[in-house]
Design a protein. Structure first.
Length: 198
């Protein structure tokens, strides 16, 4: 039976780099929403970290009350409790794949990364949709249901919102690139070498 070839040292190094980038991303904010209005020229913000929410959440909740939006709190997002666990599990599996040079384990990490990323974007859109469309009919100020974009600008009454990914997300992207290159890079380089040799 043919023995499966292990990952090269370069590929293992890329996997380790991916694990490091992922670790850094866990300590930084992933996404944020900034609100600007004439009465708040300095702006208000909600910042989403993998394990917590920061920003002027109390002030924003007081404002949201007038349009009938549900209160924003960490308790309302159960994902914040298990996302850090998932991240560190990813880091551990990625480092293990690098140490063992195991291609199958590296493939599994890549698949999980894609699935996790898709679920993360969906979850973010789900909450934006839920908060913007489930408005209380008894609210003092009536506004049409709305869905702030995951990335972009939106106008709500006299508030302009700007939503964008933050630094932790970009380290997440760097992690994905490193891990995917570490897993499939050898095949790409081999193909390139064969083309040059022909």
């Amino acid at each position: 039976m043919k023995k499966r070839k292990k990952l090269s040292l370069l590929s293992r190094g890329l996997l380790v780099a991916g694990a490091v980038f992922l670790s850094i991303s866990a300590l930084l904010p992933w996404w944020g929403l900034d609100l600007v209005a004439p009465q708040y020229p300095e702006g208000l913000e909600i910042v989403v970290h993998p394990s917590k929410l920061t920003g002027e959440i109390d002030i924003i909740n007081n404002l949201n009350h007038y349009i009938g939006m549900e209160e924003i709190s960490e308790e309302g997002f159960p994902e914040l409790q298990y996302i850090p666990i998932i991240i560190w599990a990813f880091v551990a599996i990625t480092v293990l794949a690098a140490i063992l040079g195991n291609k199958t384990l590296a493939y599994i990490v890549c698949i999980l990364f894609v699935v996790g990323g898709a679920l993360g974007i969906y979850d973010m859109y789900h909450w934006l949709h839920t908060f913007g469309t489930n408005l209380s009919p008894d609210a003092p100020i009536k506004v049409d249901p709305f869905v702030p974009p995951v990335v972009g600008e939106n106008q709500l009454a006299n508030f302009t919102t700007h939503s964008a990914f933050r630094s932790g997300f970009y380290f997440l992207v760097l992690s994905a690139i490193s891990i995917f290159l570490g897993t499939w890079g050898e095949k790409l380089w081999e193909k390139q070498t064969l083309k040059q040799a022909v």
